[in-house]
Design a protein around this ligand. Structure first.
Ligand SMILES: [Zn+2]
Length: 383
Protein backbone atom coordinates (compact mmCIF):
# COMPACT_ATOMS: atom_id res chain seq x y z
CA UNK A 1 0.00 0.00 0.00
CA UNK A 2 2.80 2.40 0.90
CA UNK A 3 4.52 1.63 -2.38
CA UNK A 4 1.32 2.40 -4.26
CA UNK A 5 0.90 5.71 -2.43
CA UNK A 6 4.54 6.74 -2.97
CA UNK A 7 4.46 5.85 -6.67
CA UNK A 8 1.07 7.36 -7.31
CA UNK A 9 1.90 10.68 -5.65
CA UNK A 10 5.20 10.89 -7.54
CA UNK A 11 3.41 10.32 -10.88
CA UNK A 12 0.51 12.63 -10.04
CA UNK A 13 2.92 15.53 -9.43
CA UNK A 14 4.18 15.22 -13.00
CA UNK A 15 1.46 17.18 -14.77
CA UNK A 16 0.76 15.58 -18.16
CA UNK A 17 -2.38 17.04 -19.78
CA UNK A 18 -2.82 16.17 -23.43
CA UNK A 19 -3.81 18.98 -25.78
CA UNK A 20 -6.85 18.53 -28.04
CA UNK A 21 -5.75 21.41 -30.30
CA UNK A 22 -2.23 20.21 -31.00
CA UNK A 23 -1.20 18.80 -34.34
CA UNK A 24 1.95 17.14 -32.97
CA UNK A 25 2.33 13.66 -31.55
CA UNK A 26 2.38 13.43 -28.60
CA UNK A 27 0.12 16.44 -28.21
CA UNK A 28 2.16 17.89 -25.32
CA UNK A 29 5.87 17.70 -24.48
CA UNK A 30 5.19 17.29 -20.74
CA UNK A 31 4.17 13.67 -21.39
CA UNK A 32 7.84 12.87 -22.16
CA UNK A 33 8.65 13.76 -18.55
CA UNK A 34 6.38 10.95 -17.39
CA UNK A 35 7.79 8.56 -19.99
CA UNK A 36 11.32 9.41 -18.72
CA UNK A 37 10.29 8.84 -15.11
CA UNK A 38 8.85 5.41 -15.91
CA UNK A 39 11.82 4.50 -18.08
CA UNK A 40 14.23 5.45 -15.28
CA UNK A 41 12.26 3.49 -12.68
CA UNK A 42 11.70 0.35 -14.77
CA UNK A 43 15.34 0.27 -16.00
CA UNK A 44 16.30 -0.65 -12.47
CA UNK A 45 14.35 -3.92 -12.66
CA UNK A 46 16.05 -7.16 -13.66
CA UNK A 47 14.58 -9.25 -16.46
CA UNK A 48 12.50 -6.43 -17.92
CA UNK A 49 13.13 -5.27 -21.47
CA UNK A 50 12.13 -1.70 -22.29
CA UNK A 51 11.45 0.04 -25.58
CA UNK A 52 10.51 3.67 -25.84
CA UNK A 53 9.51 5.55 -28.97
CA UNK A 54 9.80 9.18 -30.02
CA UNK A 55 5.98 9.27 -30.13
CA UNK A 56 6.07 8.85 -26.34
CA UNK A 57 5.00 5.22 -26.11
CA UNK A 58 6.77 2.98 -23.63
CA UNK A 59 6.73 -0.83 -23.82
CA UNK A 60 7.98 -3.00 -20.93
CA UNK A 61 8.31 -6.76 -21.50
CA UNK A 62 8.46 -9.47 -18.88
CA UNK A 63 8.80 -13.26 -19.17
CA UNK A 64 9.42 -13.24 -22.90
CA UNK A 65 10.55 -16.85 -22.88
CA UNK A 66 6.86 -17.77 -23.12
CA UNK A 67 6.49 -17.35 -26.86
CA UNK A 68 2.95 -18.76 -27.07
CA UNK A 69 0.89 -16.69 -24.66
CA UNK A 70 0.88 -12.95 -24.21
CA UNK A 71 -1.04 -10.59 -21.99
CA UNK A 72 -0.93 -6.88 -22.85
CA UNK A 73 -1.66 -4.43 -20.04
CA UNK A 74 -2.41 -0.93 -21.25
CA UNK A 75 -2.55 2.28 -19.20
CA UNK A 76 -2.28 5.93 -20.23
CA UNK A 77 0.13 8.55 -18.96
CA UNK A 78 -1.75 11.70 -20.00
CA UNK A 79 -4.35 13.42 -17.83
CA UNK A 80 -7.41 15.46 -18.72
CA UNK A 81 -7.23 19.03 -20.04
CA UNK A 82 -10.81 19.70 -18.82
CA UNK A 83 -9.86 21.01 -15.36
CA UNK A 84 -6.92 22.94 -13.82
CA UNK A 85 -3.95 20.57 -13.94
CA UNK A 86 -0.73 22.42 -13.07
CA UNK A 87 1.12 22.15 -9.75
CA UNK A 88 -0.79 19.08 -8.52
CA UNK A 89 -0.39 18.44 -4.77
CA UNK A 90 -1.71 15.02 -3.72
CA UNK A 91 -3.15 14.76 -0.18
CA UNK A 92 -3.72 11.56 1.76
CA UNK A 93 -6.73 11.01 4.02
CA UNK A 94 -8.35 8.23 5.99
CA UNK A 95 -12.08 8.14 5.27
CA UNK A 96 -14.10 8.48 8.49
CA UNK A 97 -17.53 8.93 6.90
CA UNK A 98 -17.39 12.75 6.71
CA UNK A 99 -17.03 14.81 3.55
CA UNK A 100 -13.47 15.92 2.88
CA UNK A 101 -13.11 19.71 2.68
CA UNK A 102 -10.59 20.88 0.13
CA UNK A 103 -9.92 24.53 -0.53
CA UNK A 104 -13.37 25.36 0.91
CA UNK A 105 -15.27 22.84 -1.23
CA UNK A 106 -16.57 19.65 0.31
CA UNK A 107 -16.19 16.39 -1.56
CA UNK A 108 -18.72 13.67 -0.93
CA UNK A 109 -17.01 10.30 -0.88
CA UNK A 110 -18.48 6.91 -1.49
CA UNK A 111 -16.01 4.42 -0.01
CA UNK A 112 -15.79 1.90 2.83
CA UNK A 113 -15.02 3.44 6.26
CA UNK A 114 -11.31 3.43 6.99
CA UNK A 115 -10.32 3.55 3.28
CA UNK A 116 -7.22 5.46 2.33
CA UNK A 117 -8.18 8.28 -0.02
CA UNK A 118 -5.93 10.44 -2.18
CA UNK A 119 -7.19 13.81 -3.43
CA UNK A 120 -5.59 16.96 -4.84
CA UNK A 121 -5.46 20.11 -2.68
CA UNK A 122 -8.76 21.17 -4.25
CA UNK A 123 -7.29 23.63 -6.76
CA UNK A 124 -6.49 21.09 -9.50
CA UNK A 125 -7.57 17.69 -10.68
CA UNK A 126 -5.61 14.75 -9.29
CA UNK A 127 -4.90 12.74 -12.43
CA UNK A 128 -6.03 9.47 -10.86
CA UNK A 129 -7.30 8.81 -14.38
CA UNK A 130 -5.03 7.17 -15.28
CA UNK A 131 -2.02 7.55 -12.95
CA UNK A 132 -3.78 5.05 -10.68
CA UNK A 133 -3.77 2.54 -13.55
CA UNK A 134 -0.11 3.31 -14.29
CA UNK A 135 0.77 2.77 -10.62
CA UNK A 136 -1.04 -0.58 -10.56
CA UNK A 137 0.80 -1.71 -13.71
CA UNK A 138 4.22 -0.71 -12.34
CA UNK A 139 3.54 -2.36 -8.98
CA UNK A 140 2.46 -5.54 -10.71
CA UNK A 141 5.63 -5.62 -12.78
CA UNK A 142 7.77 -5.06 -9.67
CA UNK A 143 5.92 -7.86 -7.88
CA UNK A 144 6.50 -10.32 -10.75
CA UNK A 145 10.18 -9.43 -10.98
CA UNK A 146 10.73 -9.56 -7.23
CA UNK A 147 9.07 -12.97 -6.85
CA UNK A 148 10.58 -14.26 -10.12
CA UNK A 149 7.17 -15.49 -11.27
CA UNK A 150 7.46 -17.20 -14.65
CA UNK A 151 4.64 -19.75 -14.92
CA UNK A 152 2.50 -17.10 -16.62
CA UNK A 153 2.07 -15.65 -20.13
CA UNK A 154 4.67 -13.19 -21.34
CA UNK A 155 3.50 -9.71 -20.50
CA UNK A 156 3.79 -6.48 -22.44
CA UNK A 157 2.99 -3.40 -20.38
CA UNK A 158 2.29 -0.47 -22.65
CA UNK A 159 2.07 3.13 -21.42
CA UNK A 160 0.33 5.36 -23.96
CA UNK A 161 0.12 9.16 -24.37
CA UNK A 162 -2.92 11.15 -25.57
CA UNK A 163 -5.68 8.73 -24.55
CA UNK A 164 -7.82 11.63 -23.32
CA UNK A 165 -7.94 13.09 -26.82
CA UNK A 166 -8.63 9.72 -28.45
CA UNK A 167 -5.16 9.20 -29.92
CA UNK A 168 -3.65 6.78 -27.40
CA UNK A 169 -3.21 3.96 -29.89
CA UNK A 170 -2.56 5.94 -33.10
CA UNK A 171 1.15 5.11 -33.09
CA UNK A 172 1.00 1.83 -31.25
CA UNK A 173 2.69 -1.14 -32.93
CA UNK A 174 0.57 -4.29 -32.77
CA UNK A 175 3.72 -6.18 -33.69
CA UNK A 176 5.42 -4.82 -30.57
CA UNK A 177 2.38 -5.64 -28.43
CA UNK A 178 1.75 -9.16 -29.61
CA UNK A 179 5.15 -10.28 -30.94
CA UNK A 180 4.78 -13.71 -32.48
CA UNK A 181 2.52 -15.01 -29.70
CA UNK A 182 -0.39 -17.15 -30.82
CA UNK A 183 -2.63 -16.50 -27.85
CA UNK A 184 -2.70 -12.82 -27.09
CA UNK A 185 -5.24 -10.86 -25.10
CA UNK A 186 -5.30 -7.41 -23.62
CA UNK A 187 -6.49 -5.54 -20.59
CA UNK A 188 -6.78 -1.84 -19.81
CA UNK A 189 -6.75 -0.37 -16.30
CA UNK A 190 -8.48 2.93 -16.68
CA UNK A 191 -10.49 5.32 -14.56
CA UNK A 192 -13.35 3.44 -12.94
CA UNK A 193 -14.63 2.76 -9.46
CA UNK A 194 -16.79 0.28 -7.58
CA UNK A 195 -14.76 -2.57 -9.08
CA UNK A 196 -16.28 -2.05 -12.46
CA UNK A 197 -15.35 -4.41 -15.27
CA UNK A 198 -16.45 -3.66 -18.80
CA UNK A 199 -16.52 -5.48 -22.13
CA UNK A 200 -18.99 -3.04 -23.65
CA UNK A 201 -18.19 0.55 -24.65
CA UNK A 202 -19.92 3.11 -26.85
CA UNK A 203 -19.63 3.18 -30.63
CA UNK A 204 -18.50 6.72 -31.31
CA UNK A 205 -18.87 9.01 -34.33
CA UNK A 206 -18.68 12.77 -34.69
CA UNK A 207 -20.69 14.90 -37.10
CA UNK A 208 -20.37 18.31 -38.65
CA UNK A 209 -23.07 20.16 -40.60
CA UNK A 210 -22.71 23.51 -42.34
CA UNK A 211 -24.65 25.71 -44.75
CA UNK A 212 -24.10 29.10 -46.36
CA UNK A 213 -26.57 31.93 -46.83
CA UNK A 214 -26.84 35.18 -48.78
CA UNK A 215 -26.63 38.52 -46.97
CA UNK A 216 -28.32 41.73 -48.14
CA UNK A 217 -29.19 45.04 -46.54
CA UNK A 218 -31.99 44.16 -44.10
CA UNK A 219 -34.19 46.92 -45.63
CA UNK A 220 -34.10 45.31 -49.05
CA UNK A 221 -33.99 41.69 -47.88
CA UNK A 222 -37.45 40.68 -49.10
CA UNK A 223 -37.05 37.53 -51.25
CA UNK A 224 -33.33 38.30 -51.51
CA UNK A 225 -31.73 37.41 -48.19
CA UNK A 226 -31.11 33.76 -47.42
CA UNK A 227 -30.39 33.48 -43.72
CA UNK A 228 -28.39 30.32 -42.97
CA UNK A 229 -28.84 30.98 -39.27
CA UNK A 230 -32.61 30.47 -39.34
CA UNK A 231 -32.27 27.29 -41.41
CA UNK A 232 -29.77 25.92 -38.90
CA UNK A 233 -31.91 26.93 -35.90
CA UNK A 234 -34.85 24.95 -37.35
CA UNK A 235 -32.53 21.97 -37.67
CA UNK A 236 -31.34 22.35 -34.07
CA UNK A 237 -34.91 22.36 -32.80
CA UNK A 238 -35.62 19.21 -34.87
CA UNK A 239 -32.63 17.59 -33.16
CA UNK A 240 -34.04 18.48 -29.76
CA UNK A 241 -37.32 16.83 -30.65
CA UNK A 242 -35.91 13.76 -32.37
CA UNK A 243 -32.90 12.83 -30.25
CA UNK A 244 -31.81 12.52 -26.64
CA UNK A 245 -28.82 14.62 -25.64
CA UNK A 246 -26.36 13.41 -22.96
CA UNK A 247 -28.13 15.26 -20.14
CA UNK A 248 -31.25 13.11 -20.55
CA UNK A 249 -29.67 9.84 -21.62
CA UNK A 250 -28.62 7.07 -19.26
CA UNK A 251 -27.85 3.34 -18.91
CA UNK A 252 -27.84 1.79 -22.35
CA UNK A 253 -29.44 4.73 -24.18
CA UNK A 254 -27.49 6.45 -26.92
CA UNK A 255 -27.44 10.17 -27.66
CA UNK A 256 -26.87 12.86 -30.26
CA UNK A 257 -25.00 15.79 -28.77
CA UNK A 258 -24.65 19.19 -30.44
CA UNK A 259 -21.43 20.33 -28.81
CA UNK A 260 -20.57 23.40 -30.74
CA UNK A 261 -22.20 25.92 -33.06
CA UNK A 262 -21.55 29.01 -35.11
CA UNK A 263 -24.68 30.84 -36.22
CA UNK A 264 -24.53 33.76 -38.65
CA UNK A 265 -26.59 34.92 -41.59
CA UNK A 266 -23.81 34.20 -44.05
CA UNK A 267 -22.60 30.90 -42.66
CA UNK A 268 -23.74 28.47 -39.96
CA UNK A 269 -22.29 25.28 -38.64
CA UNK A 270 -22.99 22.78 -35.88
CA UNK A 271 -20.84 19.89 -34.78
CA UNK A 272 -21.17 17.19 -32.20
CA UNK A 273 -21.12 13.56 -31.20
CA UNK A 274 -23.10 10.40 -31.85
CA UNK A 275 -22.89 7.73 -29.16
CA UNK A 276 -24.59 4.37 -28.86
CA UNK A 277 -23.80 0.87 -27.65
CA UNK A 278 -25.46 -0.43 -30.81
CA UNK A 279 -24.05 -0.03 -34.32
CA UNK A 280 -27.56 -0.13 -35.75
CA UNK A 281 -28.68 2.81 -33.63
CA UNK A 282 -25.69 4.85 -34.89
CA UNK A 283 -26.80 4.07 -38.47
CA UNK A 284 -30.35 5.18 -37.71
CA UNK A 285 -29.04 8.42 -36.12
CA UNK A 286 -27.09 9.11 -39.31
CA UNK A 287 -30.05 8.32 -41.54
CA UNK A 288 -32.38 10.58 -39.54
CA UNK A 289 -29.84 13.44 -39.50
CA UNK A 290 -29.54 13.21 -43.27
CA UNK A 291 -33.35 13.37 -43.63
CA UNK A 292 -33.59 16.40 -41.33
CA UNK A 293 -30.82 18.20 -43.23
CA UNK A 294 -32.64 17.50 -46.52
CA UNK A 295 -35.77 18.98 -45.01
CA UNK A 296 -34.29 22.08 -43.35
CA UNK A 297 -31.12 23.12 -45.14
CA UNK A 298 -31.79 23.32 -48.89
CA UNK A 299 -30.70 24.65 -51.30
CA UNK A 300 -27.35 23.25 -50.17
CA UNK A 301 -25.46 22.01 -47.17
CA UNK A 302 -22.47 19.97 -46.11
CA UNK A 303 -22.81 16.95 -43.84
CA UNK A 304 -19.90 14.87 -42.59
CA UNK A 305 -19.66 11.92 -40.23
CA UNK A 306 -16.36 10.79 -38.81
CA UNK A 307 -15.67 7.49 -37.12
CA UNK A 308 -14.08 7.82 -33.67
CA UNK A 309 -14.02 4.43 -31.93
CA UNK A 310 -15.94 1.13 -31.94
CA UNK A 311 -17.70 -0.77 -29.18
CA UNK A 312 -15.10 -3.30 -28.03
CA UNK A 313 -17.89 -5.86 -27.55
CA UNK A 314 -17.87 -6.71 -31.27
CA UNK A 315 -14.37 -8.10 -30.83
CA UNK A 316 -14.68 -9.90 -27.50
CA UNK A 317 -15.62 -13.57 -27.52
CA UNK A 318 -18.38 -14.99 -25.30
CA UNK A 319 -15.70 -17.07 -23.62
CA UNK A 320 -13.60 -14.06 -22.71
CA UNK A 321 -16.62 -12.16 -21.48
CA UNK A 322 -17.63 -15.08 -19.24
CA UNK A 323 -14.11 -15.14 -17.80
CA UNK A 324 -14.27 -11.46 -16.89
CA UNK A 325 -17.77 -11.85 -15.46
CA UNK A 326 -16.41 -14.55 -13.19
CA UNK A 327 -13.46 -12.43 -12.05
CA UNK A 328 -15.84 -9.58 -11.38
CA UNK A 329 -18.21 -11.75 -9.31
CA UNK A 330 -15.31 -13.14 -7.29
CA UNK A 331 -14.29 -9.63 -6.20
CA UNK A 332 -17.82 -8.39 -5.59
CA UNK A 333 -17.51 -5.99 -8.50
CA UNK A 334 -20.01 -4.80 -11.09
CA UNK A 335 -19.99 -5.96 -14.67
CA UNK A 336 -21.27 -2.96 -16.57
CA UNK A 337 -21.47 -1.15 -19.86
CA UNK A 338 -19.18 1.89 -19.93
CA UNK A 339 -20.67 5.10 -21.37
CA UNK A 340 -17.41 6.08 -23.03
CA UNK A 341 -14.42 4.50 -24.74
CA UNK A 342 -10.90 3.47 -23.76
CA UNK A 343 -7.64 2.63 -25.51
CA UNK A 344 -9.02 -0.91 -25.19
CA UNK A 345 -11.79 -0.06 -27.71
CA UNK A 346 -9.11 0.64 -30.34
CA UNK A 347 -6.90 -2.28 -29.33
CA UNK A 348 -9.90 -4.62 -29.62
CA UNK A 349 -10.60 -3.30 -33.12
CA UNK A 350 -6.95 -3.77 -34.06
CA UNK A 351 -7.13 -7.46 -33.16
CA UNK A 352 -6.33 -7.52 -29.46
CA UNK A 353 -9.54 -7.91 -27.44
CA UNK A 354 -8.99 -5.72 -24.37
CA UNK A 355 -11.65 -5.45 -21.63
CA UNK A 356 -11.27 -2.74 -19.03
CA UNK A 357 -11.03 -3.09 -15.26
CA UNK A 358 -11.23 -0.45 -12.56
CA UNK A 359 -8.30 1.54 -11.20
CA UNK A 360 -10.05 3.04 -8.15
CA UNK A 361 -10.28 6.64 -9.46
CA UNK A 362 -13.52 8.62 -9.07
CA UNK A 363 -14.88 12.03 -10.17
CA UNK A 364 -12.24 12.13 -12.87
CA UNK A 365 -11.65 15.20 -15.04
CA UNK A 366 -12.58 17.44 -12.09
CA UNK A 367 -10.98 19.08 -9.06
CA UNK A 368 -13.09 16.72 -6.92
CA UNK A 369 -11.22 13.72 -8.24
CA UNK A 370 -10.08 11.07 -5.74
CA UNK A 371 -8.56 7.61 -5.62
CA UNK A 372 -9.57 4.84 -3.20
CA UNK A 373 -6.25 3.10 -2.56
CA UNK A 374 -7.67 -0.24 -1.39
CA UNK A 375 -9.79 -0.51 -4.53
CA UNK A 376 -6.75 0.13 -6.72
CA UNK A 377 -4.85 -2.59 -4.84
CA UNK A 378 -7.67 -5.03 -5.46
CA UNK A 379 -7.39 -4.32 -9.19
CA UNK A 380 -3.72 -5.21 -8.87
CA UNK A 381 -4.67 -8.65 -7.56
CA UNK A 382 -7.08 -9.15 -10.46
CA UNK A 383 -4.46 -8.14 -13.03
ZN1 LIG B 1 -8.55 7.37 -18.61
Amino acid sequence: KNMFIEQFCRYAKISTPSNPNATTFPSSQCQFEMQDELFRELSQLDSVRLEKTDKCLLYAYYNEQNIQDRLVICTHIDISFDAPNQNIKPQIHTFNGDDIILNGTSIKLDAPLGSTIITSDGTTLLGGDDKAGVSIAVLLLKFLVHHKITNIPSICFVFTPDEEIGHGTDNISMEKLIGGCKNASGLTLDGKRFKQVTCDTFNAWSFSISCSGVTTHAGSAFHAMDCSLSRMVSLISDFQREFKDPSVSKDDEGYVFIKDCQLETKFSRISGLLRSFYGQEIESFKEKIKQLCDLRLPPSYNLEFKFQYPNMREFISAEMEAKYQKICAKHGGCFKKFRGGTDGSFLSMKGLPSPDIWDGAANYHSIQEYVVVEEALEALQVA
